[in-house]
Every structure is written in structure tokens, then in C-alpha cells.
Ligand binder design. Structure first.
Ligand code: GLP
Length: 242
């Protein structure tokens, strides 16, 4: 595992964007596993800037996102599909037909999940999976649990995640209670994993994930078992480490 300590969010975003860019340059038809949340927004902005300068070409890239709220469609401005369009896809030369997000409007959970597992399998494997870290140690929407859930599944969001994500919605009642998310096995099968973490609020979760026991009660702790993980975190997030 490689840990890069950066001064702040902006530095973190630039460093992480460098790593994603290197992947695209080395393998133009790569499969990127992407994430939402506030952590990757700066990274996406940086990628857009480099694309606009002519340094990056997304025309052959495939993307597979981690998760989506159940019940929200692409036109809902709180859906993760909408987030990805707004924060990245609408600004680069990616073929949207090759950008995948779980179908939040599919109410048949079994179908939504098996369709998405098929998308992942047919992609030939994720070259690099980008992750943020939830305050409670979740990755994607894999919430603390008594077991690691393997593949894409429908999850009941925990009160702490509902509270953390409430800032994006009008009020707490508007936050969906369920989501579809890639499972831990899907994430662990990525060839490389890149985690971006910023801010003191994440310090405890980051320490537990990197140095605590590997346990489904801290889902990100499973990353200790992956052979190629890079953490890019700012000083505040690394406050409890070193
Ligand atoms: C959500 C997403 C996660 C993300 C987490 C942290 O729950 N499903 O993929 O990592 O939030 O979000 P943020 O980066 O805004 O702190």
C-alpha cells in the first residue's frame, strides 16, 4: 500500500488526477471504476482541465460507477448518474454508452443487481477503482455489517450515512433509504485501487481502515488485503496516523 500525504484537498485532487491520467495514457481503452461524493469532485475538475488542454483522451474509456440511490433516475439532480454527468461526463469526450451506473429506477432488486454484475463481468475487469471513504468506514455504499457482501446488492443506508448525505437534499426525509452498490468482491477484483480522503472528519475512519483489524464493521479495512492500493489523503485526514 502506498500512502501519499498532501497539504490540502486541492493537492489531493491533483495527485489523484495524475494517477487516473497515467492509467488513461498507459491504456486508452481502460475501465475506470468511479465514485461520487465530495471527495472526487476536485479530481474530476482536474481531469476536465487536462482534457480541455488536449492532454487526455476519453474516447475509448469505459467507466463503471460504484453505486446509485434506489428510486432516483438520471434526471433527478440528486442521483449519482446526474452527478457524474454534471461533474465529469458532460465535459469530456467520453461515449456515454460506455458509462455505467446502477439503474436506480429498476425496482426489481434482483434484476438491478444481476444486470450490474453482468456489466462488470463483461467489461473485462476494472483497471483502477476510485473510492471515497464514508465517515463510518463505508466504501461505495457497503455499510458496516456483520459480513462482507460480495457482489452488487441493495443496501439499507445507516442513520449515519443518511445524516452525512442529508446536506445534498432539501431535508432528511428526502434522502433515499436504500441504494444499489457494488459489493466488496467487485471492488477487490479491481486491478488497482485509489482512495481519496480529505478532512479531519475522516481521520478516525481512515486510521481504522488502514491499521485496525480487517472487519466488515469497517468495510474499508478489507483494502488491507488488496495487493495494489494507493491512498491519497490530506494532512487533516491523516491526523491520527504517524
Ligand atoms: C457516499 C458515497 C460514497 C462516498 C461517501 C463519502 O456515501 N456512496 O461512495 O465515498 O459518500 O462521501 P464524501 O466524499 O462526500 O465524504
Amino acid at each position: 500500500m502506498t500512502i501519499y500525504k498532501t497539504n490540502d484537498y486541492q493537492d489531493m485532487s491533483r495527485k489523484a488526477a495524475n494517477i487516473i491520467s497515467a492509467q488513461i495514457i498507459m491504456k486508452p481503452n481502460c475501465v475506470l471504476g468511479l465514485a461520487t461524493g465530495s471527495s472526487p469532485i476536485g479530481l474530476y475538475k482536474q481531469l476536465i482541465e487536462w482534457y480541455q488542454k488536449g492532454d487526455l483522451d476519453f474516447s475509448k474509456v469505459t467507466t463503471i460507477n460504484l453505486d446509485e440511490y434506489k428510486g432516483l433516475g438520471p434526471d433527478d439532480d440528486q442521483s449519482y448518474r446526474y452527478f457524474m454527468n454534471e461533474n465529469l461526463f458532460n465535459h469530456i469526450n467520453i461515449d456515454k454508452a460506455r458509462t455505467y451506473v446502477p439503474n436506480g429506477l429498476e425496482m426489481n432488486e434482483e434484476k438491478a443487481c444481476s444486470d450490474y454484475n453482468q456489466v462488470i463481468a463483461q467489461s473485462g475487469g476494472i483497471d483502477i477503482q476510485l473510492l471515497g471513504l464514508g465517515n463510518n468506514g463505508h466504501i461505495g455504499f457497503n455499510e458496516p455489517d456483520s459480513v462482507f457482501k460480495c457482489e452488487t446488492h441493495c443496501v439499507n443506508l445507516t442513520p449515519s450515512t443518511i445524516e452525512a448525505n442529508r446536506r445534498f437534499f432539501e431535508n432528511e426525509d428526502a434522502v433515499p433509504r436504500q441504494a444499489y452498490t457494488m459489493g466488496i468482491k467487485n471492488i477487490m477484483q479491481a486491478k488497482k485501487i485509489l482512495v481519496v480522503v480529505s478532512g479531519e472528519a475522516k481521520a478516525k475512519a481512515l486510521k481504522d481502515a488502514l491499521y485496525g483489524p480487517v472487519t466488515p464493521s469497517v468495510p474499508a479495512s478489507v483494502l488491507q488485503l488488496h495487493p495494489d492500493v494507493t491512498i491519497v489523503a490530506d494532512k487533516a485526514a491523516l491526523k491520527l496516523i504517524n
